[in-house]
Design a protein around this ligand. Structure first.
Ligand SMILES: *Cc1c(COP(=O)(O)O)cnc(C)c1O
Length: 463
């Protein structure tokens, strides 16, 4: 399977090439040349198979290089440490409503699902090519921990995470700083998240540096993450009671990666009801779907920090698809957006986006209320990101008889203060967090200066 850039100026010959490159050379995002399609029988079969087999089947369909048998072993290993044998279990939350629990992995957030598979795919692809890679990720929260946990100890990869010192939670920091493996480097930068991200972008823009270090990316611009996340939509829909109408998914959204994976599941043949794009006060996507104007605002700090994002990178993939895969139009639109901070979506393209997606923005008060009410009515503690989706879904204009699946993206124990403030209950501390408290931390402090970062990463890459 070849991969095209949304901006038309680059090509990846295979899934593994797209995986290792991350961003396309022309600044666009990779998408498969054609969407793989499953038969109805196979769509239905996703409900009964073990999760790892379904994941292997989906990755194979997207052209992942290892054989189906090797992919099954890889996925079985990736998902062996999840707390529930179903990996992404559905939990009833009242009549016709479910929580889709995506936080059963080692760092208690949904990013583990894609990252655990991604790390093993990276290692295998590098092995086949006799190459090494340096993964660098800027993180404001969950991505860094999930990446460290997934890549630690892998033979062909070194992983460096750059986070804003003092601006992430203790649990989030410890997931990055307690790995003892020498292929892990945690960097506390003296700056905010935007400064961290700007530095990492500069690394990728320096072609010489990128080539010398074998630089790779694991944020959701990497198509392999989209592919690995499409699996749980296919599996969840097939696990719902048979014979009902297609489900509505409520998705807490930041970078639009998770939501775009729902689009992928639809393209692969799964009948989908609506996908509700639930945002916090950082509502660029909800505004774009409502008005057709995709316009950057100032990023606001909220109780759901993993969604405090004003530019939803994966939106470019939807734009490309809804333009009829017009790469020239997409390139102009997003180059303009980078310069001016807004773009207009033509009515026909907006209609295409609205055929699947509907947006809702949720206030801080509504998020707090959703945490409290879910606790009162169901005795279930939910994290603030999940609460954004719960709140958005409570205002749904959709058919009441459609099954509603709300994505639960983090364990509430990652945000104990927010939960306690909302409903007076402190979530129990899971073993995964308890174990971190005693482990020694390892991190290096650097100024928010790309020169200093490059020098440190060059010596780290040499090992
Ligand atoms: C990353 C994250 C999200 C947002 O996912 P996107 O793919 O960026 O839309 C939601 N909830 C949690 C807990 C996250 O870590």
């Amino acid at each position: 399977m070849r991969y095209l850039s949304t901006r038309g100026g680059a090509l990846a010959e295979s899934f593994s090439d797209a995986l290792l490159m991350g961003l396309a050379g022309d600044g666009g995002l990779f998408v498969p040349e054609t969407w793989p399609k499953f038969s109805q029988a196979e769509i239905d079969a996703f409900g009964a198979r073990p999760y790892a087999r379904s994941a292997a089947r989906v990755l194979e369909a997207f052209g992942a290089e290892p054989s189906l048998q090797a992919l099954q072993a890889l996925c079985a290993d990736a998902y062996a440490r999840f707390t529930d044998a179903a990996v992404t279990p559905l939990e009833p939350l009242g009549p016709g409503r479910w929580l889709l629990n995506l936080h059963g992995g080692p760092t208690l957030a949904f990013k583990d699902i894609a990252m655990q598979a991604l790390a093993r795919l990276f290692d295998a692809a590098l092995d086949a090519r006799g190459r090494k890679a340096l993964i660098v990720a800027a993180t404001s929260g969950d991505t860094g921990g999930a990446a460290v946990e997934a890549f630690r100890g892998r033979a062909n990869v070194r992983i460096a995470v750059v986070f804003p010192e003092g601006r992430i939670s203790e649990a989030q920091r410890r997931f990055m700083t307690t790995a003892a493996d020498d292929n892990v480097l945690a960097i506390a930068a003296d700056g905010d998240f935007d400064a961290c991200q700007a530095m990492v972008k500069q690394l990728f823009a320096d072609r010489g540096f990128a080539q010398r270090t074998g630089l790779g990316a694991v944020n959701s611009i990497n198509f392999a993450r989209i592919a690995a996340q499409a699996v749980y939509y296919l599996v969840a829909a097939a696990r719902l009671p048979a014979g009902g109408p297609p489900p509505v998914f409520a998705v807490p959204t930041g970078n639009f990666g998770d939501a775009f994976s729902a689009f992928a599941a639809g393209r692969m043949g799964r009948p989908m009801g609506k996908v509700l794009v639930a945002t916090n006060a950082n509502d660029i996507l909800a505004r774009a779907l409502a008005t057709g104007s995709y316009r950057r605002g100032a990023a606001l700090a909220t109780q759901s920090p993993a969604m405090d994002i004003q530019v939803a990178s994966n939106f470019e993939r939807l734009f490309f698809e809804c333009s009829g895969r017009d790469a020239d139009l997409t390139r102009d639109a997003f180059e303009n957006f980078a310069a001016r901070g807004d773009l207009q979506i033509a009515p026909s393209m907006l209609a295409c986006a609205r055929a699947l997606f509907s947006g809702a923005s949720v206030s801080e008060a509504e998020t707090t209320r959703a945490i409290r009410q879910t606790w009162k009515r169901h005795g279930r503690l939910i994290d603030p990101h999940t609460a954004v989706a719960v709140a958005a879904a409570s205002g749904l204009p959709f058919d009441a008889d459609r099954p509603l699946v709300i994505l639960a993206t983090a364990d509430p124990a990652k945000f104990p203060q927010t939960i306690a403030a909302a409903c007076g209950v402190t979530p129990p501390v899971p073993e995964a967090i308890e174990a971190l408290a005693a482990a020694p931390e390892r991190m290096e402090r650097l100024p928010a200066d790309v020169g200093a970062l490059k020098a440190r990463l060059l010596s780290f890459a040499r090992g």
